[in-house]
Design a protein around this ligand. Structure first.
Ligand SMILES: C[S@@+](CC[C@H](N)C(=O)[O-])C[C@H]1O[C@@H](n2cnc3c(N)ncnc32)[C@H](O)[C@@H]1O
Length: 292
């Protein structure tokens, strides 16, 4: 009896130990499954993170490339001059005064104004509100007033333009398309951040201005330092250096205060092809020079 009960206990213990082992194994396999799962999840997490970072870098790079492209928007050479939104909407300064002109332009401009007789002619290229021209006309007695011309895509004035008994002409629209051969020849031409700074067709603008200017006439330009660049035989030139290379032009000063004297008839401007254009105030443009 004693032996039987002893055997029974031994069986029960053995059974329990087997049960325990099975349970242990089950638990172990569950733990290992969970561990595996966690490892897998971790791996996935890392892989997903890496993928996300790669995508982010790639998209960011693509975006950066797009922005770089935007910086220098490629504009095919326009068949004719075009007007940007800024010019169409007058989204820039348009009310510089005569004082501003005399301080911004080359110092000789003041002397050029003083020399003006009633037969002289001053053209302001890109006149905005034509404040400088109007102030100048008001500063003179009517019989001492010279001829003046305001050029602007759209004259930016609420109350219309005075004309000083026909001595102040106004030409609105795209300058490059104007019949300038019919205009009175000029003694002085000014351009303060005007057509020269904004045009997409600088070749035509320059040619028309030098055709309008009398021999010994003076052209005063105030523009930005990097707004006009010229590519000639692999070299990049500034506006003043490019202009100085054209026979018949005497160039003094630089970008903000350029003075050009026309020393002979028939100035020939080479064909300028607009290669790059960034729409700023004023725009940054790169022109390829086509030498004959
Ligand atoms: C920044 S505003 C300067 C206005 C003025 N010079 C001043 O300093 O207050 C530029 C002027 O150039 C004119 N403009 C620019 N491109 C032109 C174009 N292609 N033809 C005619 N006018 C143009 C605009 O209409 C505007 O009057």
């Amino acid at each position: 009896m004693k032996i039987e009960s002893c055997n029974f206990m031994a069986y029960r213990d053995a059974y329990k130990s087997i049960e325990w082992t099975i349970e242990q194994r089950k638990q172990k396999s569950l733990v290992s499954r969970w561990r595996k799962l966690l490892v897998n999840l971790n791996m996935r997490h890392w892989m997903l993170s890496a993928l996300f970072i790669i995508c982010f870098l790639f998209l960011n790079d693509a975006h950066a490339q797009i922005r770089c492209e935007d910086l220098f928007k490629e504009i095919p050479r326009p068949a004719t001059a075009t007007i940007t939104e800024k010019v169409a909407k007058n989204s820039f300064i348009t009310d510089r005064t005569l004082w501003d002109y005399t301080h911004d332009l080359h110092p000789d401009f003041t002397k050029a104004l003083e020399r003006m007789t009633p037969e002289s002619h001053w053209i302001d290229m890109g006149a905005g509100k034509a404040k400088a021209l109007i102030e100048f006309m008001k500063s003179r007695d009517s019989e001492a007033r010279p001829y003046t011309t305001a050029v602007a895509f759209k004259i930016d004035r609420w109350f219309g333009m005075p004309n000083f008994e026909g001595k102040l002409q106004t030409h609105e629209g795209i300058f490059e398309h104007q019949p300038t051969h019919q205009w009175r020849k000029a003694d002085v031409i000014t351009d303060v951040m005007g057509v020269f700074s904004y045009t997409t067709d600088l070749g035509t603008t320059l040619q028309k201005n030098f055709d309008l200017l009398k021999v010994n006439g003076e052209l005063y330009i105030s523009t930005s330092a990097y707004g006009s660049q010229f590519r000639v035989n692999g070299e990049t030139l500034s506006l003043e250096v490019f202009l100085a290379s054209i026979p018949g032009l005497k160039v003094e000063g630089k970008w903000g205060t350029i003075k050009i004297t026309k020393e002979q008839e028939n100035i020939k401007i080479p064909v300028l092809e607009l290669e790059r254009y960034k729409d700023e105030s004023p725009p940054i443009r790169l022109f390829k020079v086509h030498l004959d």
